[in-house]
Write a protein that binds this ligand. Structure first.
Ligand SMILES: *Cc1c(COP(=O)(O)O)cnc(C)c1O
Length: 648
């Protein structure tokens, strides 16, 4: 049986089906044994992801878990910097590139530390968008060659903190987002007797494209419009702070799929830069913000989950456009800053989830459930299933729909018993399945028939929460590659969508990457009683931090993986972080676990007095309650026990 499927299916077919070679950009693929693998650095060794899952299990870390490939993170920092260095060399550009990592994209200490370490030779700096992030940036920043860029809304203490950095000699630039901030900065820098470095965030007319496009344009919530820039200039001049103006900044939104948008924005911002330089301000930096994309679906298009350019093309376009305009305006070229966050961190981490249940609506009835007396409507559906009159597919689908609805009405009116209703539903799905199986025409299909596959798809229940681990999928329909981590030599046979364990019908993944547009289901392997793991990839940007406490599931466990040629599987797990425990998440909503235990004890005591439970049993119940508080919030899937129960 296995041999047969191996001969009709292959690792290559899995690679093609799941798109590894497209979105994986050389980092992700399938090995000869049918396991998903990661290649953290190009031309380097590979790691079998299931080996990491197994090793983490030995350390007490189970799915759902985030795996971080620290070497891949380092590689992204280097690749971004090298791309700009090469472009600068090739264009003979007379300025430098100074990247800054926007902390909001992934605040985890290990991530920020790795980026700082990998960016040492490139003087890669940090960007803060809030006071807490600035406090991280100030402390983690270790060289005055590296920049700190301060964005976001600022209160007086935010400004004081930034100026504290100035006092320490840090190259820390406060970017003015609102006209009101100018007065605050002037006043506080006089108070503290320190000269600030100042940038203007400019509200560009060039609009982003894609999901985050409202970050620019007339109604954007950040940035100065042209008149406000002129007001801000007057204020700086009056305060004798003209020398402080160093930078022009823009950010047109994250994940810009189209390189033309980026070119236009760079041109517009460089014009502002040149105008300010010609007015005599010292300037020196042009900050092009974030927006550098990640090709989540691998289609290389300007579709919102993709990008129609490479990182190298991005760097070349920025460098050459800035240079052209500066030359034409006779202005010295600026050092270039980008605040690329997503492009650096998205690929380095992934989520592993375990599928533990299949919800299948197409179940055929077992003998003992068949109606003792078949209702006419069941006979009618049986006849439709046989299809003696050889009707077309669409007509049969409509006939079946009609009968099913009739059956449901009859049930509601009390004319159909539960066995007959079950038979009617079961027959309906069998008819749909048969119609779908007869689909062998290529080319055009009526929409209803195309949607049949979606209608027939099973639900695979996965031990995770979309609201914690994949918030952008829920909120913005952002797509991520989802693939099995093993069994890739076997032919997948089940069309399924994924549902999570929250009590929320929105807690699901029902659209998937595809080369054309999106897919409504994923073809997966049938469950065989053994653990089945899926990987959700490219989740390193934003998803780690935006998750919430829906159903109090909380944070998932993490494993931080480093390449290590001396280890048997080529890697070691440097750090294993445990996911949230129940006691922690309930404290987050103001319950104290001691108090809950006390209340449970009182209730158990009462029950004991009433002889509802025996004293010994009461003690055991309380102990069980107390130990559960220290366990993880996600499901503890106990396969062996489930099997035993099934046998009985
Ligand atoms: C969010 C943000 C970024 C990061 O954008 P990416 O597209 O993730 O690179 C950069 N700059 C500012 C001002 C931001 O708000």
């Amino acid at each position: 049986m296995k041999k047969q499927s191996a001969s009709t299916w292959s690792v290559e077919k899995s690679e093609e089906l799941y798109g590894f070679n497209r979105w994986g950009t050389g980092h992700f693929g399938v090995d000869d044994e049918g396991f998903a693998e990661v290649r953290p650095v190009p031309d380097g060794p590979t790691i079998r992801i299931m080996d990491v899952v197994d090793e983490a299990a030995g350390m007490g870390i189970k799915a759902p878990m985030v795996i971080r490939f620290q070497d891949l993170l380092r590689h992204r920092v280097q690749r971004l910097n090298q791309a700009f260095r090469r472009a600068i060399r090739e264009e003979n550009y007379k300025g430098d590139y100074r990247g800054v990592f926007p902390i909001k994209v992934n605040q985890l200490r290990e991530v920020v530390e790795e980026i700082m370490s990998a960016g040492k030779d490139y003087n890669h700096g940090l960007e803060a968008g809030s006071k807490p992030e600035l406090m991280i940036a100030l402390a983690m920043h270790d060289s005055n060659q590296r920049l700190i860029i301060c964005n976001g809304y600022k209160d007086n203490d935010y400004i004081r903190l930034a100026l504290l950095g100035r006092k320490l000699g840090k190259r820390i630039i406060i970017v003015i987002e609102q006209l009101g901030e100018v007065d605050d900065i002037i006043r506080i820098s006089q108070e503290l007797d320190v000269k600030p470095l100042i940038g203007f965030r400019i509200k560009l007319q060039t609009r982003g494209e894609g999901k985050w496009s409202s970050s620019s344009g007339d109604n954007a919530k950040f940035g100065l419009n042209t008149a406000e820039i002129l007001f801000a200039i007057e204020k700086l001049k009056a305060a004798k702070l003209s020398k402080s103006l160093k930078l022009v900044h823009f950010h047109i939104g994250s994940q810009v799929p189209n390189i033309l948008t980026i070119k236009n924005a760079v041109v517009e911002a460089t014009r502002f830069y040149c105008q300010l330089a010609k007015m005599g301000f010292p300037m020196g930096y042009l900050d092009i913000g974030g927006g550098l994309g990640v090709d989540y679906d691998g289609s290389r298009t300007n579709f919102e989950s993709s990008m129609n350019y490479t990182l190298e093309e991005y760097a070349r376009d920025v460098v050459s456009n800035v240079m052209d305009i500066c030359e034409a305006s006779n202005v010295r070229v600026p050092d270039l800053i980008s605040e690329s966050g997503r492009a650096i961190v998205a690929p380095h981490s992934m989520l592993v989830v375990e599928v533990f249940e299949r919800i299948n609506k197409k179940e055929t009835l077992r003998q003992q459930h068949l109606p003792k007396q078949k209702h006419d409507i069941v006979y009618a559906l049986e006849a439709q299933l046989k299809n003696k009159s050889r009707l077309g597919r669409l007509e049969r689908f409509h006939d079946a729909l009609q009968k099913k609805e009739e059956a449901l009405s009859l049930f509601n009116l009390g004319y159909l018993d539960i066995e007959n209703r079950a038979a009617a539903e079961s027959l309906f799905w069998q008819i749909c399945e048969k119609i779908d199986r007869e689909d062998n025409e290529a080319g055009y299909q009526p929409e209803e028939l195309r949607d049949l596959k979606k209608l027939l798809a099973d639900q695979y229940v996965c031990n995770f929460s979309v609201f914690q681990s994949l918030l952008d999928h829920w909120a913005l329909k952002q797509l991520f590659p989802v693939v099995p981590l093993h069994r890739l030599k076997e032919k997948p046979t089940v069309n399924a969508i994924l549902v999570d364990i929250t009590c929320d019908s929105d807690g699901k993944i029902s659209s998937f990457i595809d080369l054309q547009d999106t897919k409504d289901y994923l073809t997966l392997h049938s469950l065989n009683g053994k653990p089945y793991y899926l990987g959700i990839f490219l989740t390193g940007a934003y998803q780690d931090i935006m998750g919430d406490l829906h159903n109090l599931f909380g944070r998932v466990s993490e494993a931080h993986v480093f390449l290590e040629p001396d280890e048997p599987n080529g890697f070691y797990i440097e750090e294993a972080i445990n996911g949230s425990r129940i006691a922690e998440v309930i404290e987050g909503v103001q319950y104290q676990w001691e108090e809950l235990c006390r209340r449970m004890k009182a209730q158990i005591d009462t029950a004991t007095r009433k002889d509802l439970v025996k004293p010994r049993e009461g003690v055991r119940l309380l102990e069980f309650y107390e130990t559960q508080l220290q366990t993880k919030t996600y499901l503890n899937i106990e396969r062996a026990k489930r099997k035993k129960r099934q046998k009985k």
